[in-house]
Design a protein around this ligand. Sequence first.
Ligand code: AMP
Length: 113
Amino acid sequence: MDCIFCKIAAGEISADILHRDADLVAFRDLRPQAPVHLLIIPTKHIETVLDLQPGDDAVMGRMLRLADDLARSQGLEEKGFRLVINCKAHGGQEVYHLHLHLLGGRPMHWPPG
Ligand code: AMP
């Protein structure tokens, strides 16, 4: 399957990986939009949120738990952060392998203040 995130999960393409286990991989976004910009993906190829099955509930829960752990380890717990999942064209999804963006290290709202 020609999926860049499957290749990162399989170790075929290099990435700055912060976490890897049987079900999940977390790595730094290549084009960060914030001082901390991580992507958390399931190792299983799921194209979009619309393709989730009941059997994926546990891994989706684990994605949120991992986001919590990574946010803390990146020092984001005091000021907070943003979690985003884009879905299809209007959601701005570029890579069709489900991923959770973890963004922090600057105010994410606009206008600031
Ligand atoms: P989305 O627009 O939600 O599909 O987000 C895809 C994200 O993947 C973008 O923020 C890209 O910068 C990021 N990205 C694409 N290719 C890579 C890669 N090889 N390694 C790390 N991040 C990537």
